[in-house]
Design a protein around this ligand. Sequence first.
Ligand SMILES: [Zn+2]
Length: 435
Amino acid sequence: METFKFDPKIFISPPFIKCPKCNEEAFGVLTINKNSYTRRCRECFFPKGGDRPQIYDLPKLNKEVIYLDQLVISEMMKSLNPKTKAYQKGQLDTFWLTLFEKLDTLSKLQLIICPDSNYHTNESLLSPYFEQLERLYKLLSHGVSFYDRGTIERFQVYENMKNWIAGRPDDPISIDVEDVVHGDINAWRDKLLISIKREWEEGGIEKLRQDRDQINSGFLETFTRWQSETDKDFDYWFHEEWSAYGRLVLQVYFNYLKTYVEVAIGKTEPTTNFIFPPDPVVLIHECHRVLRDAGLPDTVLWDKTVEYFSSPSLRHVPTIKISSMLYASLARKAAAGQKSPPTKGMTNDIGMISSLLPYCDAIFIDNECHTYLTEQPLCDEVNYGTKIFSPNNRDEFMEYLNSIEAAMPTEHLEKVSEVYGSTWCKPYTTLFTDE
Ligand SMILES: [Zn+2]
C-alpha cells in the first residue's frame, strides 16, 4: 500500500511576518474565514495545541454582485485559451482579455463577485470546452452559485401568495440575493480554489441538447403565430403569458397526481419524473402550507389554490412578470414584421434574466434582450435598480468596473495585502497555459 507523507508547512502561506514566539520572518497565513483569518509559524509551528489560536479580524465586505452571461464567459475563455480556434486564428477582440483582467483583479480585491448558475453549466456542457469554461466561471464565482430558476420562482410565489391572502397582491417580494444563492457572497475568500471534477454522462448531455431543440421548436411555432397577430398589442400578450403560468402549474400537478394513482394501483412503473416530482408539485404543497399557516381550514385549500393560481396576483411575481414582459416584447416585434426568429438560446436567456436580474447589482447580457429591457413598458416596470450592460454598451461596463476600483478606500487595499500579499491582485491570465 502506498503512503502519502505530507508537509503541514504547505498550508502556511505568505505574506510572512515576524513570529511572536521564535522571531523568524515565518509567521504566515493559515486559514481565511468569512470575517477573520489565522496565522501560524512555518518554523516553530506556533500556535500549537495548548496555545491560543492567532485570529485576526477582517472588516465586513459589501461586494457588487455581477452576473455574466455565457457569452462573456465564452469570449473570455477564448481570449485566454491558446487551444481554441479563435485564439489560433488571431481573431480575438482584445476587449475580452482586458475585461477578464479587470474582473479577476476586482474579484481578488474582494470588491465584486460573479456568481455562477445552472445556465452556465448547461450551456457549457454543450461546448467542446466544458472544463475550461467551468474553470473560468468558478474562478470568478468563488463557488457562489445561484439557485435554479424553479427554486427562485417558488420562493417568490410563496411570498406573493402571503401578500395575496393579506389583500396586498402588489406588495414587493422581500427576498434578497443572500436568499437565492449557495455560498456566502460577502465572505473573504480562500486563496485556494478547490474544485471537484464531476463526470458528465454523454447521455445526459445529449438529453440537454434534445431538450433545448424541443423547447426551441415549440417556441418557433409560437413565433409564427405572433407574426400573424397584427391586431393584438403588448398588454394582450403580457396577459396571455402570465395567465398561462397558473394554468400550467395546476395542469402539471394534476398530471402528476394521475401518475401517482396509476403507480399506486400498479398500472404503470415509476419513472425518474415520478421519483423527483416536478417543481409545480413542490410548489402546490408549499402553497397549501402557506394557506394553513394563514389559518384557512383544509376544506377550502383547493378552492383557494385554484383561485390564487387564476388570479392577477401572479403578475407581481418577478420571474413571471419579467419573462412575460420579455415574451410580449418578442411578440410585438414579430407582429410588427420581424422575419427571422430569435436565436436558439432565447428561451434560456429569458429564463436566466427573469430569475437572476432582480438579485444583481449589474448584469451583462446579449444585445437583443438588452434592447427589449430599454423599451416601454419594460424600462419602467422591470426596475430593480440593476445596471444593465451588453456588447452594445460594453465601454460603459468597463467604466462601471473602474469606478468600483476607484472608490476603494486605501485601508481596504492594505487589508487585502496583509492577508493575500502584494502580488495577489495580478490577474490570472495563465489560467489555461499553466497546466
Ligand atoms: Zn515561530
